[in-house]
Write a protein that binds this ligand. Structure first.
Ligand code: SAJ
Length: 429
């Protein structure tokens, strides 16, 4: 395909997508309002962490297939991949989508295709984007094609999932869908499913809502298990051997810019109907406080009143550098309000983003009474407890991700507790 592409938004989704098309021979122009990010990308530096991105970026900048700047350029196809966060009151913030759409209006020509990849509340293409695109004066579906094709890739595995996942394409008419399908066929090996724009919006939002509700169920089971001498991790694992059961895993909360956000879109649209969705959100949002309370309980059990905790893991999930909506931040806030002293450490967050963060794990555990695991980074699973033990004042470890090897840590003299586990001896009885 020899079409020119303009990608608006060079973040976690837009940059890998722009790079992917460019490495398949398309001429791609990427634009972002963040000047610093644009300069970095132009110099082949990454402002985000993603497996395989660096090599691919080097190649497409060198080949000239990817250019970047802070303004859009004329193109055949525009892809919008900007954030769609929620406001403090949990309503959708569609300002970035609106502004990005406005920014391309002067560049859009007859015959162009505009694709929205950002996750949005159902009806956004019709009610928010189309009124803005009316300013082009082009006839929708005949002179200007529009569709929604939500990104559905998981951070850390973006390049693998861009290629292999099925893709949803929802055009405002058949021709919009056909042109969009043709574009993504450039690299998508999964099936491309065609629907309308509003259904495509709904599909994306309900995928993440399904996960949120499932995780809330797991978190509720964890809290129940803490009272009845059950290890929830074992119980869920055994239940999942059933061919029709797929229970997710508990944890210190749900983070990221997707699962903790998208369900609110449905709550906002239909507050009286979205009851279970709302309750699941509240359950998951309550987990950081539950975690901090457990920390207190465990310290008090040892007679420690003003404990010092080494908090390991600030990213919202394993092996990434993304701290957006990370439940760890909430856990820290609750520890602070309980006057618990702590130092935080995360091998993936290379600049200190929190005043009590350190880049040195030995400093984090120095004179600590507890190691609190909030993210299951590979580095944490491989830690040598014997090396850390010598630095600590009290050898307690509280694992909210069930990622540590119990016998290894107990052999080094630690009392190991896990979220949702009151079965093991050192668990709460
Ligand atoms: N989590 C749990 N228990 C689990 C699974 C996850 O507590 O069993 C927590 C994680 O620790 C993390 C949060 O949930 O804090 C979200 O992590 P995630 O890996 O489930 O999801 P995201 O937000 O990184 O990516 C999701 C994906 N959606 C689905 O799997 C349905 C991804 O495919 C989407 O592209 C992305 O949202 C998005 O952009 O919407």
């Amino acid at each position: 395909m020899s079409k020119k592409l303009c990608v608006i938004g060079l973040g976690y989704i837009g940059l890998p997508t722009a790079v992917m098309f460019a490495s398949h021979g398309l001429q791609v122009h990427g634009m972002d309002v963040n000047e610093k990010a644009v300069t970095m990308i132009r110099n082949k530096q990454l402002h985000i962490e993603e497996n395989g991105l660096q090599e691919r970026l080097n190649a497409v900048i060198d080949s000239g297939n990817l250019t970047v700047s802070t303004t859009p350029e004329e193109a055949d196809i525009f892809i919008i991949a900007v954030p769609s966060p929620i406001n403090a009151d949990k309503t959708a913030n569609l300002e970035y989508v609106r502004t990005a759409t406005k920014s391309i209006v002067p560049y859009v020509r007859k015959g162009n295709l505009v694709i929205l990849e950002s996750t949005v509340p159902p009806r956004t293409v019709e009610d928010v984007m189309m009124p803005v695109l009316e300013e082009t004066g082009l006839v929708f579906g005949e002179e200007l094609y529009i569709s929604h094709s939500p990104e559905r890739v998981i951070p850390g595995k973006v390049f693998e999932e861009l290629v292999n996942n099925d893709r949803i394409v929802g055009g405002i008419n058949e021709e919009s869908s056909r042109l969009t399908e043709e574009l993504y066929r450039t690299f998508v090996k999964g099936t491309i499913h065609i629907t309308d724009a509003t259904t495509a919006e709904m599909v994306k939002v309900i995928e993440n809502t399904y996960r949120d509700i499932n995780i809330a169920f797991a978190n509720e089971l964890a809290k129940i298990s803490e009272k009845i001498n059950v290890n929830v991790w074992e119980a869920i694992k055994l239940a999942n051997y059933h061919p029709r059961v797929n229970i997710h895993l508990p944890g210190p909360g749900v983070g990221g810019h997707c699962i903790a956000v998208d369900p609110w879109f449905l709550v906002e649209l239909q507050p009286d109907l979205a009851k279970m969705i709302h309750l699941a959100r509240s359950t998951n949002d309550g987990m950081p406080e539950h975690t901090a309370n457990r920390v207190q309980e465990l310290l008090n059990k040892q007679g420690i009143q003003k404990g010092r905790v080494a908090v390991l893991g600030l990213a919202f999930k394993a092996n990434i550098d993304d701290m957006r909506e990370s439940p760890s931040m909430d856990v820290l806030r609750h520890l602070e309000s309980q006057s618990t002293d702590y130092t935080a450490y995360d091998p993936h967050i290379k600049e200190n983003k929190h005043p009590r963060q350190t880049q040195d794990i030995l400093e984090a555990v120095d004179h600590a009474d507890m190691i609190l695991i909030l993210t299951d980074h590979a580095e944490f699973k491989e830690m040598d407890p014997a090396q850390l033990a010598g630095k600590m004042r009290t050898r307690i470890v509280f694992d909210t991700k069930n990622c540590l090897n119990r016998s290894k840590w107990e052999a080094a003299g630690f009392e190991l507790y896990a979220l949702g586990d009151s079965k093991h001896q050192s668990g709460i009885q």
